[in-house]
Each structure stands twice: as structure tokens, then as C-alpha cells.
Write a protein that binds this ligand. Sequence first.
Ligand SMILES: [Zn+2]
Ligand SMILES: [Zn+2]
Length: 174
Amino acid sequence: MRYNVAQLLKEGVGAFREREVSGDLYDIDENNPGPTHCEGQILLIRTPRGILAKGKVHLKLVQACRRCLELATHEVTIEVEEEFIPSVDVETGASLPITDEDEPELVINEYHILDLQEVLRQYAVVAVTSPSLCKPDCKGLCPHCGANLNYETCNCDTRRIDPRLAVLAKLLES
Ligand SMILES: [Zn+2]
Ligand SMILES: [Zn+2]
């Protein structure tokens, strides 16, 4: 997931390359320590200041179900769009100004290598926090005893209701 962009940096704004993305991510979160393999396609486009990386990357993330808390693996597509900036002028070799506002993972190094790995890891960290279900019809946990209702039925009275509503329930029953 490292690309030598020296030639592309010498070309005019709008020049581009299409590249395969294939590699492993690490340390996304506790459920995804890695290697987490990712595959995709990226377009590297010359911009006035640097190179825009734009594309889609597919990976499998382990996420806890928001109803039953069981871990399940999901296919996820990450849409990446980030501008990388060079740290060295490709023609003269002179250092270019990098400011505090420039994210270090978006800096193309002095060997003109654009490295997608940390950027993709950060996108994956965001993706892994989105709520997910282990399956669309997950029955979740019993709110009274905590039994996983996908595997067992418990003996809790699921009709048990808030005592403040009990009066109303009686009225509805009669
Ligand atoms: Zn579930
Ligand atoms: Zn129960």
C-alpha cells in the first residue's frame, strides 16, 4: 500500500494513475488487532499542491452486535478521499514547507512514497464503531436475565411491565 509517485508529481494537474490496493492493517481496535487484509482500487490524481487519493477498499471487520453483543464479521467498504502533500520538491530536491495543520500520515516522504496504510487504518477505526447486527433478525438479550434469545428461551415473564403502566394494562385486558 506504498506507491512511488515521483513520476506523477512531475506531471500536470489532473494527471492520474490507477493502482491496486492490497495489504494488511493492524491495531484497528481490540477486536481487530490484525492482520486485517484489505483489497481495492485507488486513483492517484495530481492536484496543485500534491496528490489526491480516491477509491474504495474492501475489508472484513469484527464488530460486536448492538443487540446481543456477540462478535460477528462483516464485509465493509471504505471510501477513501484524502490529499497527500509532498515534503520534497521532486524537481529540485528542496524541502517543502509542512505546517502543523498537515496530518503526518498525509505527507509524501522524501523518497516520493505515498503510504496509504495509516490513512486506511484511521478510516477502518471509524468504520468499526458504526452500529451493526450479527444478523438482521437478531433477537438480542432478554432484558431481565440477559439470556441470548438467539440460542435459548428463558422463563422470564416478557409481559412484565412497568408498575406505573400496570393499571393501564388491566384496563386494556378487561
Ligand atoms: Zn446479535
Ligand atoms: Zn430472561
